[in-house]
Design a protein around this ligand. Structure first.
Ligand code: GLN
Ligand code: ZN
Length: 755
């Protein structure tokens, strides 16, 4: 029996990855220093594997995103980037002025860059797999190159399409929906993979790890046909170890017949894979990769159960490999440095390094190792002790009734009451919440945290920032103001720190995209609100101006989806607990005279399960959780915000959330996103159009803003439209933000005059 792990976080013990990237971008280090530093991280990753598992993957350290790497490998580089000139072009594609669109990787909070295919002429540009294989081979380490499958790659990509509408054909990027297009690109992509595999074979490589999570999506027959064809051809070169994750494979029968050496299963996200193996058996000639250690949650595994599971699987398959359930990069590196965590909680946690140890322990215990067996027993005892329960909270959730999820007055009447109070012009302008978190702001927060600033001094500092940002917004001429969120490190972490039942870590960083990291909180117990969380800052901001200031909350679904959560009660119950805590805040804000409350739900859409058949259940509780916390007075205008989401298939559910206003991204997708709202019959809610791509330092000019708004005005009544940036401005600089917002406000004013 062997162990395999993959997707170990590349961030490093001290976030070295982030510093290397950012120093390189700033020109503080040159390319050689950059690559040297990255090579150290490569070695560090492999060293971690080597100490614990038998099979070691390579090609796991991308300089920005592994989907982008795959696109580069295939020379899928849109013509606007010109000739490929190494890292320069690479980072242009990732974060330049005309960067690729970014979106969430399946239902996770990792963001990948969406490959754009302009034509089907692809060639091998850079064999990353071979390069990395050689790198480790030179150190005497045999690795198994890992790559995204051609199929999953195409499922994540978009192609340039000609829309023959009107006299001028419009070029548009869209997902591949039809068989002919899919096949055309599939053949092109696949041809390059053959070459990659051929080169590896010539090098003496025997095995390759292929990640194909798209096989967990509901697929069409022709897609499975292509997948079969692909693997039967690629298997001629190398032994393929197939990995699927985040859900069960969608067609077990077709999956187990794929002509590959080993088949991977996620055995933690639901029970379906296991049930299928039990019911239908497993082919004799294949190896079963058992993803038993959860790559997405931080809990110590009940090793006893895992040992028994692997033993059971060994009866179905003659060869079993013990593995993690999905890439480990959803986890922080190690629990060890978390000295401030409650000891009882810390004991229950396992991050990436500890998960590797768990894999090893399971194998050793099965092989009869005495020490491993003791560890299995110890953990079993530890996990049998109850933890984090608050009976009052349980009671409240149990007593919820249907009317707790419904606002008292329907939207069409609410909106009149709200407009009487707010008196906003057409195309009202606002921002999403945060303003630049300058060096100064971050320093003050750190100093407060380590006691250098007293609570009073810190409070005074935050107040100064709030006053400054209110004046700036008034000068710019925005209609609805915000307090700037200077007191918040992160929109989820901030609330997590204030809520009971949720812990935050000091070093538990996880990559979100590029060099951006965040620390997901850990929901370990029943959630409640010990005291108001945002009231002081919001009411202070409102006291400074006649214009409405929005109360800013993070929604229950986002708090849940961007945190690790307990698995002993249903997810929906945790969502309702959080929603009840937020509702207390909403009521406090209303009572203090706040007229607009924005409840951000950027993770609402991404949390949807991979399979559409599971959507009704997810969305039914997600919608209810949002409605529960937003049951405000009819006069209070409820906003929500979702960025970089695809709304096409979920618009129905979004509508059911019953908010008054939603703000969305529109600039990166050049307004494409709006088609979902356009196609929804009877859409009557207000929409804030994101006209400023806040991921780019570029200042949008009035023309580009106008283009997006004009497109919006063509598909939706102008009475429904608001004007705002795509998302919060905290990562931008003041020098960019002020002129950008001025352009935005002026553009709205000009359009208003023309109406
Ligand atoms: N209100 C948050 C901000 O402005 C929203 C962030 C987000 O949607 N990711 O930063
Ligand atoms: Zn956002």
């Amino acid at each position: 029996m062997k162990t395999l792990a993959y997707g170990f976080p590349k961030l490093g013990e001290k976030r070295e990855f982030k510093s290397l990237l950012e120093n390189f971008w700033k020109g503080k280090i040159d390319e050689t220093q950059f690559v040297d530093g990255m090579n150290n991280l490569r070695r560090w990753m492999v060293e971690n594997y080597r100490q614990n598992v038998d099979m070691i993957p390579s090609n796991e350290l991308s300089y920005y995103d592994f989907v982008l790497d795959t696109a580069v490998m295939l020379s899928a580089i849109p013509s606007r980037f010109g000739q490929y000139e190494g890292l320069k072009t690479y980072f242009e594609m990732a974060r330049g002025k005309y960067a690729l669109e970014m979106t969430k990787y399946f239902n996770t909070n990792y963001h990948y860059l969406v490959p754009e295919l302009e034509n089907a002429e692809l060639k091998l540009l850079k064999n990353y797999l071979l390069e990395e294989y050689r790198f480790f081979k030179a150190m005497g380490v045999e690795t198994i190159p890992k790559i995204l499958s051609p199929f999953t790659f195409l499922k994540l990509s978009k192609v340039l399409k000609r829309k023959e509408e009107g006299p001028f054909p419009i070029l548009e990027l869209s997902k591949i929906e039809d068989q002919a297009t899919f096949e055309k690109y599939f053949n092109a992509v696949f041809g390059v993979y053959e070459e990659v595999f051929k080169e590896l074979k010539e090098e003496g490589v025997k095995e390759v790890l292929v990640e194909d999570p798209a096989l967990c999506l509901e697929l069409k027959d022709y897609e499975w046909d292509l997948v079969e064809e692909m693997y039967s051809c690629l298997s001629k070169y190398l032994d393929i170890y197939l990995l699927t994750y985040y859900d069960s494979v969608s067609d077990y029968q077709r999956y187990i017949k794929l002509p590959v050496k080993a088949l991977g299963f996620d055995l933690v996200s639901n029970r379906e894979n296991l049930e299928n193996i039990r019911r239908f058996g497993f082919p004799e000639d294949k190896v079963l990769i058992a993803g038993v250690i959860n790559g997405r949650q931080v809990w110590r595994a009940c090793l006893d159960e895992k040992v028994r599971l692997v033993e059971e699987l060994s009866k179905h398959a003659k060869d079993v490999i013990i593995a993690n359930s999905c890439p480990l990069f959803h986890l922080p590196v190690s629990v060890e440095p978390e000295n401030e965590l409650d000891a009882e909680l810390k004991e229950r946690l396992a991050f990436a390094k500890e998960k590797l140890f768990e894999l090893r322990t399971i194998k050793s215990a099965i092989e009869g190792d005495q020490q491993a067996r003791l560890e299995v027993e110890r953990v079993k005892k530890l996990l049998s002790i109850k933890f984090g329960e608050v009976p009052e909270v349980r009671e409240k959730v149990k007593n919820l009734r249907e009317e707790d999820f419904v606002r008292d007055v329907p939207y069409q009447e609410r909106i009149k009451l709200q407009q009487d109070i707010l008196k906003l012009p057409l195309l009202p302008t606002t921002t999403i919440g945060s303003f630049p978190q300058t060096e100064e702001v971050r320093r003050a927060r750190t100093e407060y945290r380590n006691g250098k600033l007293s609570p009073e001094e810190y409070e005074r500092f935050i107040k100064e920032q709030i006053e400054k940002v209110i004046r700036i917004q008034e000068d710019i001429g925005l209609d609805v103001l915000v307090h700037g969120e200077f007191e918040r490190t992160d929109m989820v972490e901030f609330f997590a720190e204030k809520l009971g039942g949720i812990a935050t870590t000091k070093h538990g960083w996880v990559l979100s995209y590029g060099s951006r990291v965040y620390r997901p909180p850990i929901i370990y117990g029943d959630v409640y609100r010990p005291e108001p969380m945002t009231l002081k800052e919001i009411t202070y901001a409102q006291s400074l101006t006649q214009k409405p200031v929005k109360g800013m909350l993070t929604g229950p679904v986002t708090i849940l989806n961007w945190s690790y959560y307990r698995e002993d009660i249903p997810k929906e119950e945790i969502a309702y607990q959080i929603a009840l805590a937020l509702l207390e805040e909403v009521k406090d804000l209303e009572n203090a005279g706040i007229k607009i409350i924005q409840i951000d739900e950027p993770a609402f859409r991404e949390g949807a399960p991979l399979k559409k058949r599971d959507w009704p259940h997810y969305f039914s509780w997600a919608v209810k959780a949002f409605r529960l916390c937003s049951k405000a007075k009819p006069q209070t205008q409820i906003h929500t915000h979702m960025c970089y989401s695809e709304f096409n298939e979920v618009i129905e559910y979004i509508y059911q959330m019953d908010f008054d206003v939603i703000s969305i991204e529109a600039s990166r997708s050049k307004g494409e996103i709006l088609s979902a709202f356009e196609n929804f019959k009877g859409w009557d809610r207000q929409i804030g159009i994101g006209v400023y791509d806040i991921h780019s330092p570029a200042i949008p000019d009035k023309n580009s803003i106008r283009q997006i708004l004009e497109r919006a005005m063509k598909v939706l009544p102008v009475e429904l439209l608001w004007v705002n940036p795509d998302c919060g401005l905290k990562t931008r600089r003041w020098e960019e933000v002020v002129p950008a917002l001025k352009n935005m406000v002026e553009c709205a004013e000009e359009l208003r005059k023309e109406l």
